[in-house]
Design a protein around this ligand. Structure first.
Ligand code: AMP
Length: 277
């Protein structure tokens, strides 16, 4: 595996690659969720490029940009073992030099879920992913269902801008007890970690009601809320049920939909979701 920090070197390296290129953008502090994306890319494409970049423009002023966990040496080993061919690791100054002035903004699909709670977040995400796509020029790109709104907004961007990239959304990788893997899980203290299982437990409870025939969004949301509120350290940020296509709230589930939640444990904000279909 080659580590490439310079943008011009990544561009010239890409120029020489033939065949399909699978790309996995990350913010590092890799876990099995990230590795599952690399694994899918390795199985489905000829060359795998992953990136590690903690993108400052997708963090709000009071969010965890400075404390976001980082461990490049560990990530390098994990990426290599996962079969990554090129690890792109640019620095902030190169990606956003002085005088940087262009952004991509969503129009609509950011109105609910995390978009409503984290103003400007998806502007930062779309901007960095478009920049990375232009540098890496992947044929295929891999994202996790864990961040379903992000994945759907990026699919929309690819479609709207006619980008020649095949998008792949991979299933959520979970800890044994159901907690969705996340770089942010390291922030949790032992008691918070124990209670953090409530997100998946709550969503699975709703999913089983859905499987039993329940289609009323209010009831499914209430099922999630009930389970979360049994946990003393959990503070709900949102629980929403939206249609998969436009990410707009629905009252009754009649087609593919996403039931998603964000829950705070102290300052740590966790997200999870399930797809209802
Ligand atoms: P991040 O480093 O958190 O920006 O995540 C990089 C990519 O990994 C995104 O496409 C995420 O959706 C994906 N990802 C993060 N956690 C998981 C998980 N538990 N299972 C599957 N994919 C994940």
């Amino acid at each position: 595996m080659h580590v490439i920090s310079s943008i011009s070197e990544m561009i010239s390296t890409r120029d020489k690659i033939e065949g399909s290129v699978g790309f996995v953008p990350t913010m590092g502090y890799l876990h099995r969720g990230h590795l599952s994306l690399m694994d899918a890319a390795r199985k489905q494409t000829d060359t795998v490029v992953a990136s590690i970049f903690v993108n400052p423009t997708q963090f709000g002023p009071n969010e965890d940009l400075d404390s976001y966990p980082r461990d490049f040496d560990r990530d390098e080993k994990l990426a290599k073992d996962a079969g990554v061919d090129f690890l792109f690791y640019p620095d902030k100054q190169a990606m956003y030099p002085d005088g940087y002035a262009s952004y991509v903004v969503p129009e609509g699909p950011d109105r609910h879920l995390c978009g409503a709670k984290r103003p400007g977040h998806f502007r930062g995400v779309m901007t960095i992913v478009l920049k990375l796509f232009n540098i890496v020029r992947p044929t295929d790109a891999y994202f996790g269902q864990k961040d379903i709104q992000q994945a759907r907004i990026l699919e929309q961007m690819v479609s709207d801008f006619h980008l020649p990239v095949q998008m792949h959304i991979e299933p959520i990788v979970r800890e044994k007890d159901g907690l969705a893997m996340s770089s942010r899980n390291v922030y949790l203290n032992p008691e918070e970690r124990k209670q953090a299982v409530c997100l998946s437990k709550a969503l699975f409870a709703a999913k089983s009601r859905f499987s039993g025939g329940e289609r009323d969004a209010a009831i499914l949301i209430e099922t999630v809320q009930e389970e979360i509120s049994r946990h003393s350290l959990a503070r709900t940020d949102y629980i929403e049920l939206v249609d998969y296509q436009k990410l707009m709230p629905v009252h009754t589930v009649t087609s593919r939909a996403v039931l998603a939640c964000a829950v705070f444990f102290g300052k740590t904000r966790l997200i999870d979701n399930i797809i209802l279909e």
